[in-house]
Ligand binder design. Structure first.
Ligand SMILES: C[S@@+](CC[C@H](N)C(=O)[O-])C[C@H]1O[C@@H](n2cnc3c(N)ncnc32)[C@H](O)[C@@H]1O
Length: 225
């Protein structure tokens, strides 16, 4: 079902302008844009400090990144979300709570190389990315090799990807691709909410829904070799 466009979307996006770094793609051909267009973020200028930078891809309504940024005041966070209607909720949350260490990119993750300097990110968070079970959709999965190569380029030495999902086939697929693409899987749980990581876990909007239905949550940490 298509989500109805939010009321006064453009005016509200404009009000969040100070925390929005990029919007849309410089051109329709995302591959070409990712290879040619550069508007690399100056982190010091953006955040006013040299703290490590973390990235959430597909941040949805921003519940996770807002909570993590409040916990980790000495880190900076970039939150990427394709859908303007959705990222607006995340930005309004961060703006209302005056959280200083989060910025947003309303772009497809495919063009992240346009904005992120190589080897500049400490952690990539992938929370409940759409599993896209059809083979024909494999390239769109956020843990497919083309995305893992992209994360590999922007991650600093020893950087990690932290993935959570409700989908076991997608989880197994991701573990396989991490290993194939130069990552070492260093943590795995197939029932996060009954594991040692449950206490520190920040529950996302989608996660809340799955957990309320009694479904197990899968979590992995993969480190760049
Ligand atoms: C299933 S939702 C999960 C939202 C949130 N992470 C959570 O756990 O509640 C996946 C989100 O990823 C976004 N997304 C999917 N593919 C994307 C891409 N290539 N680039 C940026 N965002 C993407 C979608 O628009 C959607 O909001």
């Amino acid at each position: 079902m298509r989500m109805r466009k939010k009321r006064h979307l453009e005016e509200r996006m404009e009000r969040c302008g100070s925390i929005l770094i990029a919007r849309g793609s410089p051109e329709k051909n995302l591959k070409h844009a990712a290879e040619t267009f550069r508007a690399l973020i100056d982190y010091r200028e953006t955040f006013g400090n040299d703290f490590p930078v973390c990235l959430e891809v597909g941040c949805g309504n921003g519940k996770f990144v807002a909570e993590l940024a409040k916990r980790e005041r000495e880190k900076n966070f970039l939150a990427v979300e394709l859908c303007t209607n959705v990222i607006l909720t995340a930005m309004e949350r961060v703006r209302a709570e005056n959280i200083p260490n989060v910025r947003f990119l309303n772009i497809p993750a495919e063009i992240l190389p346009c904005y992120l300097p190589a080897r500049s990110v400490e952690t990539v968070y992938l929370n409940f990315s759409t599993p896209l079970p059809n083979r024909s959709e494999e390239r769109q999965r956020l843990t497919s090799p083309r995305f893992l190569e992209l994360y590999r380029d922007v991650l600093a030495d020893g950087g990690t990807i932290v993935q959570k999902t409700d989908s076991e086939p997608f989880f197994d697929y991701s573990l396989e691709k991490f290993a194939e693409c130069g990552f070492e899987v260093v943590e795995v749980t197939r029932d996060l909410h009954h594991s040692a990581w449950a206490k520190e876990n920040i529950v996302t909007e989608y996660e809340q829904n799955f957990v309320s239905r009694g479904l197990p949550i899968f979590r992995a940490v993969a480190r760049l070799k």
